[in-house]
Design a binder for this molecule. Structure first.
Ligand SMILES: [Cu+2]
Length: 354
């Protein structure tokens, strides 16, 4: 109903403006050109001020409207710094925005044409030009410099104790791989990809390092306060790993692995309490339009305590063991034995658990 009224008001506004314009045109013809120009100048000057005031009110209104509806608290160490950088950028550009907009519209109103005034010819001033070139250049260099610094941190070398997770995008979901107890990912080759044979990543079974690799889809498990390095790739088109809560984003490109690392600060349970939302889940989204099922590439990230992570990992059956089980149903005893070995965790993970 309110939408209808809003549209009706807008429509009426247009009709009234149109009628006023038409009427003033007739009045102008009656009054003569000179008087007509003077009046037009006054009206346009006044409208400039109206536009300025309404525009500024609109900025505040929009701000209030979306308060609390945008991204919540950053849930990673890098995310906090990125938020800080954004706030500084918004503060600087915000101040410049208000000063320039107010000056722009106020000058148009204040210095509208007047017969009593002659404009001063002022074609060039080196000092002014240097100031308005150097000051923004320095400000932007500082802002871009901080951005680059964080970018190099995020895409640079991860800490030694980082958990490694390989993230592979495909039309249309995410596949996550954890190295097994050896802490090393086994070899993969894209021509080996075979969904029917449960080899969604094309792992080379000849390589013993693949035998303990754990492959899961849709839900990724991470440890709170432990750095995680994501090794990102794609099976088909370009996807993009979007981790809004951690303020992270990285393209998933076929054939060219990309990396980024971060440290989750709060477990999913803690976030549920902090946000007051019992249904809160960390989301992994695809931030690159990748086809008709793009919207459905929503995965979940469970940030858990080290103990919960160890338990979760112990329950996972390596991809290789699953495949061998499917191939050789006659020897189930062997498969269970191999699956059981997975309970042992890499020493580097256990060492960092508190
Ligand atoms: Cu995608």
């Amino acid at each position: 109903m309110s939408t209808f009224f809003l549209l009706a008001i807008l429509l009426l506004g247009f009709v009234i403006t149109f009628q006023i314009a038409k009427a003033s045109e007739y009045v102008g013809i009656l009054k003569g050109e000179k008087k007509n120009n003077e009046q037009n100048n006054r009206i346009n000057g006044f409208l400039m001020i109206v536009f300025l005031v309404l525009g500024l009110i609109g900025v505040f209104w929009c701000n209030e409207l979306f308060r609390g509806k945008i991204l919540g608290k950053a849930a990673s160490q890098h995310g906090e710094k990125i938020d800080q950088m954004l706030y500084i950028t918004i503060a600087i550009t915000g101040i410049v925005f208000f000063i320039t907009q107010i000056l722009l519209f106020w000058f148009s109103f204040r210095y509208q044409y007047s017969e009593k005034r002659k404009s001063f010819y002022f074609p060039h001033n080196n000092k002014l030009e240097v100031i308005w070139t150097v000051v923004p250049a320095i400000a932007l260099t500082v802002l871009v410099g901080f951005g680059l610094m964080y970018w190099f941190q995020i895409t640079g070398e991860a800490p030694k104790d980082a958990v490694q997770v390989e993230v592979t995008g495909k039309q249309f979901n995410w596949i996550f791989r954890y190295p097994g107890k050896d802490g090393i990912f086994g070899e993969r080759y894209y021509k080996n990809i075979n969904d029917a044979e449960n080899n969604s990543l094309g792992l080379l079974w000849d390589d013993p390092k693949t035998h303990d690799d754990i492959v899961v889809s849709n839900t990724m498990y991470l440890v709170v306060n432990q750095p995680v390095k994501l090794i990102i790739s794609s099976r088909d088109v370009i996807h993009d790993v979007g981790l809004a809560a951690f303020r992270m984003k990285m393209d998933a490109v076929p054939g060219t692995p990309t990396t980024m690392w971060f440290t989750p600060l709060y477990t999913t349970q803690e976030m549920k309490k902090m946000t007051g939302n019992p249904d809160f889940e960390y989301e992994i989204s695809c931030d690159q339009m990748c086809g008709k099922g793009h919207f459905s590439m929503k995965g979940v990230i469970q940030v858990v305590t080290p103990e919960e992570f160890v338990l979760w990992r112990a329950k996972q059956v390596p991809n290789y063991v699953q495949v061998m089980k499917d191939k050789m149903p006659a020897t189930p005893a062997d498969s269970t034995k191999t699956a059981g070995q997975n309970v042992d965790l890499p020493a580097k993970l256990v060492a960092t658990n508190r």
